[in-house]
Structure formats: structure tokens, C-alpha cells
Design a protein around this ligand. Structure first.
Ligand SMILES: [Zn+2]
Length: 364
């Protein structure tokens, strides 16, 4: 993909292209956004643009890639010698010190084929202080013609020492990505149930149950599809230590994939709770309950129209019912509770407990 294929309306993309145009690229970037996948696409497009053999130029400087030349193709296929990727790999899903040392070693070497060396660190929030220390000096003064791109969906978890050494660009596109049929159905059920509940503990546990069942179904389907692809299936007669390693890799990849899906599901919930919050603003245009004067009417109509266009799931009737019962402040607290829940789950707390505490706290 080239920059021209990505959403041109994104301010951060425009900023990035403008820095290319002016030859003012930073040495270290921190890209944040909703999904690692799209951040990786942007990082890859930047790497292509820097190394493309026939780039689109402005003022003589490359501002986009051709997406066709050999360099572009090799970057697309992950086998360009001057583009290095680091991702959380170990069992505990952290980026290890050894991975960072290796990256520092290769980034110091001269580029093999192209002008720029590009290092991309995926999920840099998984880098612990020990790993970060191995890396801070390079981040501060990277070798000439090298660019370090760090990606995260949880910028609040990235170590401050790293954030302060990077140029930050946020690619959160301000709306959730389209839901698939199963997610849509689940959110419909969940919101409906939430709108019925009358502050009873029983109702709350029903909600928790809906969430846990969806997560269990996700885990099962992930287990099935990853197990089918694992070499364990085809080579059951392999040596024991090889089998053990495959087993370990399979377990780790199931866990990583499950966590990604779980975060995505909670992300969907977050967008719905944001809708609830927007609706509370309409139902209570002024928190002090001041009587609305006729002069306010056109303003309120505009506000209602604007709010409708901001809703992520305007089709869900349950949103309005929940919004009627809670204040905008409570609705806003819900968003913080979801953020907190994602942070807990990102750490090593027990999942069921975290979900229970989180759901019990929500104002519904
Ligand atoms: Zn190219």
C-alpha cells in the first residue's frame, strides 16, 4: 500500500508526508492508534517511501512509494534486508533485552541495499525498562539514515523515557472499524440486556455472563484455527524437543491472539459506551437542569444533529434507554472504567476477576 491508498483525511498522515516533503523526518517516531495492523501498514509505507526505487517526488524528495518496484515488493513481503521488525515474542509477550540488543546491533550496520535503515518496534508498550535501557541511547542519536518507528495501541503504557525521545503521531481515526456479523449481534444483545437491567446484582451478572460466553467462543475459534495451522498436526512423529517447542509456540500464539481479540471486543464496548455518553449530553443539555429558553432551540437541534452523526451505532435503541438513567458524568466515568479494565487485562491480573470488577462498576 502507498500513502495515496491510505485515508488522506488523516491529519497525522498529512503531517508525516509534509515532513518527507521538507526533508525533515524525525529519527524516532511513536505511532499510536486503534489497531497495530493499520499502524504496521503505515510504518511499512514509510519504509517503502524511503527506499523506493521510483518514488513519487515533491521538490525532489520522495513523498510516496510506487508500491511496485523490487524494493517496495520486498518490504511488502517482509524480506527487505534494511527493514527490521521487532515484536513481543517471548512466552510472557514482552520484548526482551536480547531482541533489543540484536536490533541495536543491526541498526548500527551500514544499509545493505538502500539509503535508509528502518526499524519498527511493534507494541512498544511491551518493552520493559531493562529492554528500554538497551535502546535509549540509540533512540536519542540513531545512526545516520536510520529511522526508528515505534507502534502502540496503548500509548499510556509506553515508558516515559521513550515517549519523550520520539515525535508522536496519533492515527486513531476517530471511529471504530466496521463490526463483523458476530460482533454486531453480540453488541446488540449486550446493549439490550444492559438497557433492561434495574441495578440488580443479578442483572449485572447476566451481563458478565454474556461477555464471558462471547470470550469463550472467541478462544475456542482461535484455538481451532491456530491448532490446524500448527506443525504439531502434521508431524506428530517429530522429535520430542521439537514437539515441545511447537507446543509452546502454539500456546503462546493462541494467548496473544486471544488477548488481541479480547481487547478488540472491549474496544467495541468502549465505542458503545461513548455513544451512551453522547446521548446523555442530548438528554441533559445543561447539567443544572435550567429550563430551555426558545432561543436555545435551534442550538439544541444542531447539537442533536451533530450528536447523531457522531454515534458509532445509531441503530441501537438501547443506547438512549441507558442514557436516560445516568448523568453525563457517570457516562464519562464508564469510559474511564473501560480504559482501566483494558490496562488491568494488559497486565497480569486474573481475567475473570478484572471483568467482574469492571462490569460491576459500570453505571448502567
Ligand atoms: Zn517502489
Amino acid at each position: 500500500m502507498a500513502f495515496k491508498d491510505l485515508s488522506a483525511t488523516q491529519q497525522s498522515l498529512q503531517l508525516l508526508q509534509r515532513s518527507l516533503e521538507r526533508g525533515r523526518l524525525a529519527h524516532g517516531y511513536l505511532f499510536s492508534g486503534n489497531e497495530l495492523e493499520s499502524l504496521e501498514t503505515i510504518a511499512r509505507t514509510l519504509a517503502k517511501t524511503l527506499n523506493c526505487q521510483e518514488p513519487v517526488r515533491k521538490n525532489g524528495l520522495a513523498v510516496d512509494c510506487c508500491d511496485r518496484c523490487l524494493a517496495c515488493q520486498r518490504i511488502e513481503r517482509w524480506n527487505h534486508p534494511d527493514l527490521h521488525w521487532v515484536r513481543p515474542e517471548s512466552k510472557s509477550r514482552i520484548i526482551t533485552v536480547a531482541q533489543m540488543r540484536e536490533l541495536m546491533r543491526v541498526i548500527q550496520l551500514k544499509p545493505n541495499e538502500s539509503r535508509f535503515k528502518v526499524a519498527v518496534i511493534v507494541a512498544v508498550d511491551r518493552l520493559r525498562p531493562e529492554g528500554a535501557n538497551a535502546f535509549l541511547k540509540t533512540l536519542e542519536e540513531p545512526p545516520a539514515d536510520s529511522v526508528l518507528v515505534l507502534l502502540t495501541t496503548e500509548p499510556q503504557r509506553v515508558l516515559e523515557t521513550i515517549v519523550s525521545r520520539c515525535s508522536r503521531l496519533s492515527f486513531g481515526n476517530g471511529s471504530p472499524r466496521p463490526l463483523d456479523a458476530a460482533q454486531r449481534e453480540w453488541l446488540g444483545d449486550f446493549s439490550e440486556l444492559a438497557s433492561q437491567e434495574r441495578k440488580s446484582l443479578m442483572g449485572r451478572y447476566c451481563l458478565l455472563d454474556t461477555l464471558l460466553r462471547r470470550l469463550a467462543a472467541l478462544r475456542t475459534s482461535i484455538e481451532e484455527s491456530l491448532s490446524a495451522r500448527s506443525p504439531l498436526q502434521q508431524h506428530q512423529d517429530a522429535e520430542k524437543n521439537l514437539l515441545d517447542r511447537w507446543e509452546e509456540e502454539l500456546t503462546a500464539s493462541i494467548e496473544a491472539e486471544y488477548r488481541r481479540h479480547r481487547a478488540e471486543l472491549l474496544g467495541v464496548l468502549h465505542w458503545w459506551l461513548r455513544d451512551v455518553w453522547l446521548r446523555t449530553l442530548r438528554q441533559k443539555p445543561n447539567i443544572s437542569d435550567r429550563a430551555t429558553s426558545p432561543a436555545d432551540k435551534p442550538l439544541l437541534a444542531i447539537a442533536a444533529g451533530l450528536e447523531a452523526s457522531l454515534l458509532s451505532f445509531p441503530e441501537l435503541a438501547a443506547t438512549g434507554r441507558v442514557a436516560q438513567r445516568i448523568s453525563p458524568i457517570e457516562a464519562l466515568e464508564n469510559l474511564q472504567i473501560l480504559d482501566q479494565l483494558q490496562r488491568w487485562l494488559g497486565g497480569n491480573v486474573q481475567e475473570a476477576l478484572a471483568l467482574e470488577v469492571g462490569l460491576l462498576k459500570l453505571h448502567l
